[in-house]
Design a protein around this ligand. Structure first.
Ligand SMILES: NC(=O)C1=CN([C@@H]2O[C@H](COP(=O)(O)OP(=O)(O)OC[C@H]3O[C@@H](n4cnc5c(N)ncnc54)[C@H](OP(=O)(O)O)[C@@H]3O)[C@@H](O)[C@H]2O)[C@@H](O)CC1
Ligand SMILES: Nc1ncnc2c1ncn2[C@@H]1O[C@H](COP(=O)(O)OP(=O)(O)O)[C@@H](O)[C@H]1O
Length: 297
């Protein structure tokens, strides 16, 4: 999974992409112990949703809660806040300390309100680990702590074009490894590029890069809101291991575990038939339980 230091004469070795296994994912699932409380388990701050896309807030929060963590703090406009509380009364909608942030799902950078901009700036400014999706990807230059970007190919094309690369969605789909690596190097963040095969990699540092891939067992997860659910799962896994997120190899492991859980939850929910995004979130606890118990059922 981790690339050896590069040879100064022949240049960097091609990245070794590790297929993320059940064993590797199981190692990133935290089971609460007797001394744990809701704060030690990890609190995820969520700044997602908008008047345009309130449902994305519900989907991400639902998925985070289902993944298992101490608490979710949701901060957003009135309508998504109301919907989030209707779906999940356990969510807290007042500001406070968090171990990680999930931002951007269900937001549109072109129509961002001033108050949304302030919440996003707050999440990005204090060095807390952050998962950045959809309508917050344009703020990648403001990152101050460990960060995972979760673009689909269209969003990655927009991000790379803004950084001066000539690339479109089709080119990224044709060479996802190359463009995920380029984006990681250009932004300094871990990049999780979504698709039937999801690619997760760290920036190259001192000749070392960590890279993992997750091939979904089917394509039923290609449905509206599925990526919003993924954001919640990855956010929860990072929040429960926030003290490790400063190590790029660990951050890749945590993000890859989120993608693994999402892909297999979709498979479990689908049972070879169609699914909605919320069905994926509902199946997440069974995948976490399987990983936590080490049993393959
Ligand atoms: N219920 C809710 O609240 C939901 C809320 N949602 C929220 O909606 C927001 C918009 O997100 P979005 O991905 O739908 O559109 P957007 O980023 O504007 O795409 C721009 C262009 O990119 C391309 N493209 C699109 N998808 C692609 C893909 N998978 N893989 C590759 N390429 C893809 C395509 O370009 P084209 O094919 O035309 O070249 C498209 O025109 C976002 O905040 C999200 O969280 C959604 O999650 C749905 C449920
Ligand atoms: N063909 C596919 N097969 C399996 N999973 C897919 C496929 N296409 C997309 N996905 C997964 O579905 C999710 C879609 O995310 P995204 O494109 O952000 O959708 P949305 O914005 O509607 O939530 C991602 O987790 C991605 O990996």
């Amino acid at each position: 999974m981790t690339q050896a230091p590069s040879d100064p004469v022949s240049g960097p070795e091609p990245t070794a992409w590790r297929d993320w296994s059940e064993l590797a994912a199981a190692e990133c699932v935290k089971v609460p112990g007797a001394d744990d409380d809701k704060y030690t388990r990890g609190v995820l701050g969520v700044v997602t949703g908008s008047a345009e896309f309130p449902g994305a807030a519900v989907l991400g929060v639902e998925a985070a809660v289902r993944t298992g963590l101490g608490m979710v703090r949701y901060l957003g406009p009135r309508r998504p806040s109301r919907l989030v509380l209707q779906a999940r009364p356990e969510v807290v909608t007042v500001a406070g300390r968090v171990q990680a942030w999930l931002i951007g799902s269900g937001m549109n950078s072109a129509t961002r309100t001033e108050s949304a901009g302030e919440l996003l700036a707050h999440a990005l400014d204090d060095g807390t680990p952050v998962v950045i999706d959809a309508g917050a990807l344009d703020l990648v230059g403001r990152v101050t702590g460990p960060a995972v970007l979760t673009p689909h190919a269209g969003e990655l094309a927009t991000l790379l074009t803004a950084a001066g690369f000539e690339v479109d969605r089709r080119a990224i789909a044709a060479e996802p490894e190359r463009w995920a690596e380029t984006a990681a190097d250009s932004t300094g963040c871990v990049v999780l590029l979504k698709g039937r095969v999801t690619h997760v990699c760290s920036p190259l540092r001192d000749g070392v890069r960590t890279a993992a891939r997750i091939e979904a067992p089917s394509s039923w997860a290609a449905t509206a809101g599925s990526g919003d659910v993924l954001g919640g799962v990855v956010g929860a896994v990072v929040a429960t291991h926030a003290d490790e997120a400063g190590d790029p190899a660990r951050l890749v492991a945590l993000a890859a575990t989120g993608a693994y859980v999402h892909a297999w939850a979709a498979d479990r929910a689908s049972n070879r038939g169609p699914i909605a995004a919320l069905d994926i979130a509902a199946a997440v606890p069974r995948i976490i339980a399987r990983l936590a118990s080490g049993s393959a059922d």
